[in-house]
Design a protein around this ligand. Structure first.
Ligand SMILES: Nc1ncnc2c1ncn2[C@@H]1O[C@H](COP(=O)(O)OP(=O)(O)O)[C@@H](O)[C@H]1O
Ligand SMILES: [Mg+2]
Length: 363
């Protein structure tokens, strides 16, 4: 799939702009704080109905305006799609696809897929488990609506269980037992999907990582959970919830479950988070991103759009070269402050847009 054009009205620092994209590579260049990432953010928004960098939708509306508007025309099989999004100051938003209003946000998932790669993504490797869970939840939601539904349900029940645990006067074993039953059903399904996803990430990631490191490094992802077996996850999870009731009551929260799980990233058998060099950690993110492109392509049949936000300058020359040589068949939007060596590696067609203070000054 690829973006044909993008129209923004009162989005971030833009009054209104329209950009016609190249099917291959598009480079947004300009000084800092001119609006390059804002464009990627609006594209990302069309994919998941939220920003990649803020949960506050009203920050996306141009200061002193009441609403922002994004329209993205894309080409995909079997039918081209027009995604239109209005974001209102009061917190509401409306999304239309081919002029039909969506009832829920999850109906948007899978219509237009992007893979965003920004310096922030290093957190997937370096930081706390929450970043890795967020990565998994986002990637699997793009591929499976039911996963997102189950995640939302799981989190709702989890919140109720925690409220009961904290308000000891309502504490009642029957209620907790009902919650545990429901949590184990939704939770086991989340765990299964995550294990499956990591298997896919392994299959593709191993080849990609070996390619980037010229065969010197082997990468391995594994899901980390309290559940030991691969069969009967639901039963095992239920007994884990039951066994932890007493401790959870003392602490006032739910100590185990997919909301606490994690995955490890090992390079040549060694944990990349604790012992990897900065370079190895960056390469791992690169592997994860290119593997997730392949997974989306294989499962959905359509290649996602790749958004590279200021990452090239953070990578050494051989990694930059790897990226720029891997873009065949992937529509890519790159932001950078200077063109550097980019042109040297791009054999294909590309467009350059110069962004200056919320305007495109050069095509
Ligand atoms: N809601 C908004 N209304 C107007 N301007 C905004 C809004 N949000 C951010 N900006 C401006 O957008 C610019 C940052 O844009 P960004 O795309 O992050 O820059 P960069 O080109 O460095 O990627 C800043 O100048 C900031 O003041
Ligand atoms: Mg930026």
């Amino acid at each position: 799939m690829y973006i044909k054009n993008l129209y923004l009205d009162n989005f971030r620092n833009y009054d209104n702009i329209e950009i016609e994209f190249n099917k291959k590579v598009n480079i947004l260049t300009g000084n800092n704080a001119q609006g390059k990432t804002n464009i990627l953010e609006s594209i990302f928004y069309c994919s998941l109905g939220k920003s990649h960098r803020t949960s506050k939708d009203k920050d996306l509306i141009k200061w002193d305006k009441d609403e922002a508007f994004i329209r993205l025309n894309m080409s995909r099989k079997p039918l081209d799609k027009k995604i239109e999004i209005k974001i209102f100051k009061g917190g509401k938003k409306g999304i239309n696809i081919n002029s039909i209003k969506l009832k829920k946000i999850s109906e948007l998932f899978g219509i237009f897929n992007v893979v965003m790669f920004s310096p922030e993504d290093l957190k997937i490797v370096k930081e706390s488990p929450g970043y890795r869970r967020k990565f998994l939840d986002m990637e699997i939601s793009k591929l499976d609506h039911r996963y997102y539904y189950k995640l939302v349900q799981y989190n709702k029940i989890l919140e109720q269980r925690n409220i009961i645990l904290r308000n000891k006067k309502f504490l009642n074993n029957d209620i907790i037992n009902v919650y545990d039953q429901q949590l184990s059903e939704f939770g086991s399904s989340l765990i299964k999907s995550r294990i499956d996803y990591l298997e896919q990430l392994n299959n593709r990631g191993k080849l990609i990582h070996s390619d980037i490191t010229k065969g010197n490094e082997e990468i391995e992802f594994s899901y980390l959970t309290h559940v030991k077996g691969k069969e009967n996850i639901s039963e095992e999870l239920l007994s884990l919830f039951r066994d932890s009731q007493k401790r959870d009551m003392e602490k006032g929260n739910t100590s185990i479950g997919p909301h606490r799980d994690d995955f490890s990233i090992k390079i040549n058998g060694i944990d990349a988070r604790s012992f990897g060099s900065q370079g190895q950690q960056r390469t791992s993110v690169l592997t994860i991103k290119f593997a997730s492109i392949q997974i989306i392509k294989e499962i959905s049949g359509e290649t996602p759009v790749l958004l590279l936000d200021d990452v090239l300058s953070e990578l050494d020359e051989s990694r930059q070269e790897y990226i720029l040589n891997s873009l065949e068949g992937i529509q890519t939007v790159i932001t950078c402050t200077g063109m550097g060596d980019i042109k040297k590696y791009l054999k294909n067609d590309f467009n350059v847009f110069r962004i200056d203070n919320g305007r495109i000054v050069e095509y």
